[in-house]
Design a protein around this ligand. Structure first.
Ligand code: ADP
Length: 406
């Protein structure tokens, strides 16, 4: 057997979605799972359960893999350095990964590279926050540099009085990161992949729509993005990947700021496949999951072209419906061109349970594609009885759909 074994630390949906890509290429995927019922376990043959914070657990898991990579960014750097010293091939390396683990380290690196940051500072107390707000203007955004996700660990403070309410955050962690609250027109993401030898490729820059701090929808490419901004954002992401020595997939989350500076500011980095890249599973020549595996194995990267004029991804979170499969007949009938990706998780309110992707047909409008995605995701989330929310465009059946050509 000469095909490689890839070990993924963490058994969430990102590890799960690497499985079909591994199968297609003949790779063996091992997952270090947090528990027996995390969602990647059902997708791979080898999923030992263990605590990724325990060096011995990591050591045993890494013993029979060719490369160790991640579903999340929480593995302590010290453990990774030890594993590397012991000969484990860890991708991305901890020196790169730290920029996705610690937002203060990330802000300093972006500044060093001369790329566009919001105004920011490390702060150790409420008076520090007040001084920053008084200097740069209110409101400000206070962030836990480590451990935050989906908007947890992010607090908008309107004035000095509000800042006082954040005192307990400093007992949990210090220093914290404070940033100017950016007046952005929308959020964008630039997704790239890079190999240890330095080959790098970028997908088109996308628009991501966040609801309550959670990614809700992604439109690829970002509609009406000025080419100069798209080019600069892509170049910034590739430069970050190269200069920080990133390997595998990296997402750079951006705020669009029309008419100011380069037209965007960098929000944060993720060094793994990312929600803003789920559209690539059906909408690009190479999905981000396949690309991540190729990249960490130092194989040539796949083409990143888009397969339609527009591709829309819509997440479904836990909602009223607890029987997702019960909604499938109605959901699938409502959107024959919609691809459903369900993560095999039990339903809890607000939990990311899956997403759908739609690739446009020639001439189809962005609105029509978004409507198809929303219709299917909503039926799955709320149940068949919720009734379709289609627009007239999304319910039209063309000749090609009737013939099943799509
Ligand atoms: P997380 O790590 O939890 O995803 P982010 O730093 O991405 O946290 O922040 C979550 C959301 O909060 C962002 O998607 C954005 O909508 C908002 N946000 C974060 N930083 C700023 C900022 N400086 N100005 C305005 N909004 C912000």
């Amino acid at each position: 057997m000469t095909f490689p074994v890839i070990g993924v630390v963490g058994g969430g949906q990102l590890a799960r979605m690497m499985a079909p890509a591994a199968v297609a290429l003949g790779f063996e995927l091992h997952v270090l799972a947090e528990g027996p019922d995390v969602c990647a376990v059902a997708a791979v043959a080898h999923a030992p359960i263990g605590d990724y914070g325990d060096l011995d657990v990591l050591r045993r898991f890494a013993a029979d893999v060719d490369v160790l990579t991640f579903d999340h960014e929480h593995v302590p750097s010290g453990h990774l350095r030890t594993l590397i010293a012991e000969g484990v091939n860890v991708q991305p390396r901890p020196e790169a990964l730290i920029h996705a683990q610690d937002k203060l380290v990330m802000r300093a690196a972006i500044e060093r590279l001369g790329l566009p940051n919001p105004r920011w500072s490390a702060v150790a107390s409420v008076p520090d926050v007040v001084a920053f707000g008084d200097l740069h203007g209110w409101p400000v955004v206070l962030k836990m540099p480590r451990g935050g996700y989906d908007g947890k660990g992010v607090k908008v403070l309107d004035d000095a009085g509000a800042a006082a309410t954040a005192a307990d955050w400093f007992t949990a962690m210090s220093p914290l990161l404070v940033e100017a609250k950016v007046d952005f027109s929308r959020e964008l993401a630039a997704l790239v992949a890079r190999t240890p030898d330095g080959e790098a490729r970028a997908w088109p820059v996308v628009q991501s729509v966040q609801v309550d701090g959670v990614c809700d929808e992604v439109i690829a490419p970002a509609p009406d993005l000025p080419p100069v901004v798209e080019g600069a954002a892509e170049e910034a992401a590739l430069r970050i990947a190269t200069e920080l020595g990133v390997t595998g997939v990296m997402a750079v989350e951006l705020f669009e700021t029309p008419g100011q500076g380069q037209g965007f500011l960098i929000n944060e980095l993720a060094m793994r496949p990312h929600n803003s890249g789920h559209w690539t599973m059906d909408g690009s020549v190479t999905s981000q999951f396949e690309q991540h595996l190729r990249a960490v194995l130092n194989l040539p990267l796949g083409a990143t072209g888009i397969l339609g004029d527009v591709v829309v991804m819509k997440n479904f979170l836990g909602g009223a419906n607890t029987d997702l499969f019960g909604a499938y007949p109605a959901a699938l009938a409502a959107g024959p061109a919609v691809k459903v990706h369900s993560y095999g998780k039990s339903v809890r309110p607000g939990r990311k349970l899956g997403h759908v992707n739609v690739v446009s047909r020639p001439g189809e409008s962005v609105a029509a594609v978004r409507a198809q995605a929303a219709t299917v995701a909503t039926i799955i989330r709320d149940g068949a009885a919720s009734g379709p929310t289609q627009t007239s465009e999304s319910t039209q059946t063309s000749d090609s759909t009737q013939k099943g050509l799509r």
